[in-house]
Ligand binder design. Structure first.
Ligand SMILES: Cc1ncc(COP(=O)(O)O)c(C=O)c1O
Length: 369
């Protein structure tokens, strides 16, 4: 049986539905960050990009005629995969698979490479969806704790598993393991390594070349963060063709809709727009981090579009989170042992970050012990 869930567990007595599968009795499901209906909120809680997607994307949307909706989309997303292959330095589309968000590809990786009952490895803390996906699949997620500065430990390199979710840069810490560590891990791990690069466009380097060298490596990317397309649901995975052929067996027949295919293509063709937005976010990230450090927060250097701001003082991090929320400023709070003293703050526009900092300063003065 899978280990008990921290994020998704629900006591058996609460499970009332007569027709429920045995496996689902222990699973509550993933709880995403809040998406408020009110537009007056400063939303720094789900790592969206504060800047709009490329104008080319909007043009592609507007030029979609009724025919594109009447017909089924390309079941194998060939144009998008070819463009990705070219962009990421791969010879052809058979190195790429597209997904309805990276979340779909993460679930597909379990469906394709993990048997129920198998063990999956991840560092802790990390992206909490992995645990829910493993529970839904009947697999056991084996966590290995990160060290005191959120670094990988030797135990991570020595734990056997069928598949590993290697998140680089990691969430919610923002830290990227060194490339040497990734390469060493890929060489020793006897299973599939999914390198989750959801935030990598905000980082100094990436591992997109590793599938060329390692037959067990899958690099995954999302369009939700750097390309400002979270609402579109688009992700891609890169791996050697035999791996991609397995994915093509397990994916839904039309997993990519016609709108997402057109939008994804346009976004890739205007890569410079994404890079310019990333540069703005990185500049604001530096400014926001400096200001938080000055206020007394411990903030690991982030390679992503968010900061983990750790806070030992008064009021507690949870009280700060709640007080900010009452002022319509949303950040993320995780009620977990190692994260209870921290806020995860998405890097917004300069104005949003200034408003957040002003509110935070006032709260620390008013509520501070
Ligand atoms: C580490 C990590 N991986 C994957 C995803 C999922 O990305 P997508 O929006 O493409 O499903 C997220 C989203 O927040 C994430 O934080």
């Amino acid at each position: 049986m899978p280990a008990p869930l921290r994020f998704g567990s629900v006591p058996r007595k609460h499970s009332k539905m007569k027709y429920e599968r045995t496996l689902l009795r222990e699973v509550k499901g993933y709880v995403p960050g809040e998406q408020p209906r009110c537009s007056k909120v400063i939303k720094l809680n789900t790592n969206e990009n504060p800047y709009p997607p490329s104008p080319k994307v909007l043009e592609a949307l507007q030029s979609l005629g009724p025919e594109a909706l009447r017909k089924y989309p390309d079941p194998v997303a060939l144009a998008l995969r070819e463009t990705c292959a070219e962009r990421y330095g791969y010879p052809a589309a058979d190195w790429i698979i597209a997904g309805n968000g990276m979340d779909e590809l993460l679930a597909l990786a379990l469906r394709t490479f993990v048997d129920p009952g198998d063990t999956v490895l991840a560092a802790d803390p990390t992206y909490s969806l992995y645990e829910v996906l493993c529970a839904l699949h009947g697999a056991t997620l084996q966590y290995v704790d990160l060290g005191p500065r959120w670094q990988l430990t030797e135990a991570f390199f020595q734990t056997p598993a069928r598949l590993c979710f290697f998140t680089r840069p990691n969430a919610p810490t923002g830290i990227a393991a060194s490339r040497e560590e990734v390469e060493r891990f890929c060489a020793v791990f006897d299973g599939i390594v999914v390198i989750d690069e959801a935030y990598v466009d905000f980082a100094d380097d990436n591992c997109m070349d590793l599938p060329k060298r390692f037959e067990n490596v899958i690099v995954m990317r999302t369009f939700s963060k750097s390309f400002s397309l979270a609402g579109m649901r688009l992700g891609v995975a890169v791996a050697q063709p035999p791996i991609i052929r397995e994915f093509l067996k397990t994916k839904d027949s039309y997993n990519m809709n016609a709108v997402a295919l057109a939008v994804g293509l346009a976004a890739l063709q205007d890569y410079g727009h994404m890079e310019a937005n990333v540069a703005r976010v990185r500049a604001t990230r530096t400014r926001l981090r400096d200001a938080l450090v000055e206020l007394g927060f411990d903030v690991p250097p982030s390679q992503t579009n968010f900061l983990l701001a750790q806070w030992q003082g008064q009021p507690s991090a949870k009280a700060l989170f709640e007080a900010l929320k009452r002022q319509n400023i949303l950040v993320r709070y995780f009620d977990l042992p190692r994260l209870r003293d921290a806020l995860r703050i998405t890097v917004g526009t300069d104005d949003e970050c200034d408003a957040f900092l002003a509110a935070l300063r006032t709260l620390l003065q008013a509520l501070g012990g």
